[in-house]
Design a protein around this ligand. Structure first.
Ligand code: GLA
Ligand code: ZN
Length: 674
């Protein structure tokens, strides 16, 4: 079964197109169309930052440039993802209605500037956005080129103005009903911080409270909910003339300020902006694993294909060191996105602007302006490859293994004044554990802590400190029904409000499921190591060592140094029809690798291909046909065994049992019908 997220039936190849910057030279628009055809570009994301052109004065709209550009794209055979311009507002709006501008945490009100500098609560801002969106929808919702709405741009940040404070208090009243309940949940007797009226509540501020963790977590949730209600305002406005045009907004890698899982529930499909550190000292294969984790996370949010809304065809302008993608690498990593479930390859940006801060950001078309550049040629070649992949649109990877990666857990853990205080390395730990699966070419879904786990054979939950009763129940049922669960240090220390579980960690029934009690946790200095014995070998723990007691669980590994030498470091408990592994320490990698190998073998989970240096193999299927993506992230040619016979979708070449992979390439193989 295929799941189509837009009406497109081909892999979209395009990206951010800013023709409003070239209104004085419309011949450039003509040239854009010619170059798009040459580059195999079939999509343009238009209007992301066009508000000042579309509404130069309050209530005076001028859609002429958009009319022309959309018609040109349609005539060129292209599709449009039409953006609402709410990511950056015109000057007149801020000048006339200062309430739309953002107030920072320290309560300083911003002046006009940059983007995302607005209050999502402001009724005036919402109304102005709604009017604009409605006008766009009325005019373009049935335009033949328009296939999706791109709401705002990279929604992020928070506003602390009086309107937001009021909305926050209301949100809290709805949640708690009484101040008693709020005081209890936030544990406000600590330092005499009890609230005696709702008006006393202020969002977290370096000039006020930063250490009331319940307040911080609720503020984070409120900001997520405000963003969602802003998204809903926009969604309703744009979909009123044609409910069949789906909406998305571009999410970001490494942005932890909002709970993206919740936001995704309000989008018709997920899209995200990927700007990895290709060429960084830690190596492209490592980076590829880390990006694969992100692709899997964004795909799992809705369990349907996603869009790679932005990526650079070569370099960015905002990193400390802005490296060029190596020859071939743009195709390789774009196809990696497709391998993990993307139905698009999109760039920021189509053409480099002449001025302002992004003038040196990579683009398909350089200031040079013509097609005989390395980047253009590589994009055009990729366009040809993507054109061979129509039948993959709507198919999905299939995972039997899930990792729990939870945004609220990330927030609460980062906020905790404990452990390695300033960097608990949650995201990094997820990445490093994921890599053991990536290297084995095993497909993974990435889920929030309260997700339904019934589709999986193995679930891995690193550092899941925040465990609600729902999470505890999900885990209990999963193991009872035959699943294998691996959790690590810090499991189940607090509940969904970040109040510590009483009666021993991990909280509630998890002690029984894992057959352990975690008494205390030792945080080590970065250079310290503790020895761990497992299966006759010695491994090294670092950063965290918990002192746990086996209470029914079998002890698989023990500490071999420190005052806790001889105590359990890894346990396994049979519970119901399943097994629960507990890993009490963070190790340098080898121990976790061995444990994952053991668990996969126990559950008869085999990767698509054996471990091969620098190679990743993944698969998409519609339930009938299987499409294998074989990536070589190394600088030398290699080969990888792949059981069966296949046809290369690009060249038609037959491949049997082994695929040759030139350096920095991805080959897409369709498995022959058996
Ligand atoms: C983000 C934004 C784009 C652009 C790129 C540059 O993803 O959405 O508008 O600024 O970064 O990399
Ligand atoms: Zn505000």
């Amino acid at each position: 079964m295929k799941k189509y997220v837009t009406s497109a039936r081909n892999i979209l190849h395009g990206g951010d197109y800013n023709p409003e910057q070239w209104r004085d030279t419309p011949e450039v628009w003509e040239e854009d169309m010619r170059l798009m055809r040459l580059a195999g570009i079939n999509e343009a994301t238009v209007g992301v930052f066009s508000w000042a052109v579309l509404e130069p004065e309050e209530g005076k709209f001028d859609f002429s440039f958009l009319d022309t550009v959309l018609d040109k794209i349609a005539a060129n055979g292209g599709k449009v993802i039409l953006a609402t311009p709410s990511g950056a507002r015109p000057r007149w709006l801020a000048e006339k209605y200062p309430e739309v501008l953002r107030t920072e945490k320290n309560r300083e009100k911003n002046i006009f500037g940059e983007r995302h500098n607005h209050c999502l609560t402001s009724p005036i801002y919402r109304e102005k956005v709604r009017i604009m969106d409605e006008a766009l929808a009325k005019r373009y919702a049935h335009h033949p080129a328009v296939i999706a709405w791109h709401l705002s741009n990279e929604l992020n940040g928070e506003c602390h103005c009086a309107l937001c404070q009021r909305a926050f208090r209301q949100w809290l009243q709805n949640k708690y009903g009484t101040l008693e309940k709020l005081n209890f949940t936030w544990w406000t007797s600590f330092w005499s911080h009890n609230y005696t009226s709702w008006e006393q509540i202020e969002s977290p501020s370096p000039r006020g409270d930063m250490g009331v963790h319940g307040l911080n977590l609720d503020w984070y949730r409120f900001c997520t909910d405000q963003t969602i209600s802003f998204i809903e305002t926009e969604k309703q406005a744009v979909q009123q003339y044609n409910p069949d045009i789906p909406v998305t907004t571009n999410l970001m890698r490494g942005y932890f300020g909002l709970n993206y899982y919740k936001i995704a529930e309000h989008l018709d499909f997920v899209s995200w902006d990927s700007y990895p550190d290709w060429g960084a000292p830690w190596g492209n294969y490592h980076e590829a694993s880390s990006i694969a984790f992100d692709h899997d996370t964004f795909r799992s949010m809705k369990k349907q294909p996603f869009f790679l809304m932005e990526s650079t065809p070569s370099l960015v302008n905002w990193k400390s060191f802005n490296k060029l993608k190596r020859p071939g690498q743009n195709a390789l990593v774009s196809l990696q996105a497709v391998a993990h479930g993307s139905d698009s390859v999109q760039y920021f940006q189509w053409r480099k602007g002449r001025g302002s801060s992004e003038k040196f950001h990579g683009a398909v078309v350089d200031h040079y302006g013509k097609e005989d550049t390395r980047v253009f040629r590589e994009v055009a070649a990729l366009g040809k490859t993507l054109a061979c992949l129509d039948e993959i649109v709507g198919t999905m990877p299939e995972a039997k293994v899930a990792m729990i990666y939870d945004y609220e857990n990330n927030f609460a853990l980062a906020d905790a004044q404990a452990f390695a205080r300033h960097d608990k390395k949650y995201y990094l730990t997820e990445n490093l554990i994921y890599k053991h699966l990536f290297e084995r070419n095993v497909a993974v879904d990435v889920l929030p802590r309260e997700a339904d786990l019934s589709d999986y054979a193995v679930v891995i939950a690193p550092m899941l400190y925040l465990c609600s009763q729902t999470t505890i129940d999900r885990f209990t049922d999963f193991v009872a029904n035959g699943g294998t669960l691996l959790a690590t240090y810090m499991l189940g220390m607090t509940d969904e409000n970040d109040l510590c579980h009483l009666g021993g960690f991990p909280g509630g029934k998890l002690k029984e499921v894992f057959g352990i009690w975690n008494e205390e946790i030792d945080s080590l200095y970065p250079e310290e190591r503790v020895s761990v014995s497992y299966g006759g070998k010695t491994y090294e723990a670092m950063d965290y060592c918990e002192r746990i007691h086996a209470q029914g669980a079998e002890v698989l590994a023990t500490y071999a140094s420190e005052f806790y030498a001889g105590e359990p470091a890894v346990t396994c408990n049979a519970y119901g029809k399943g097994k629960a592994y507990y890993v009490a320490c963070r190790d340098t990698g080898e121990l976790m690798d061995a444990l994952i190998g053991r668990i996969l073998a126990e559950k008869h989970i085999v990767g698509y291909a054996p471990k091969t240096e620098n190679v990743s193999v993944s698969m998409r299927t519609d339930g009938e046909n299987e499409y294998y993506f074989c990536e070589n992230h190394g600088d030398t040619a290699t080969a990888c065994s792949l059981v069966g016979s296949f046809t290369d979708m690009e060249t038609g070449e037959r491949v049997i049992n082994e695929v040759s992979l030139p350096p920095l390439t991805c080959r897409i193989l369709k498995k022959d019908a058996s």
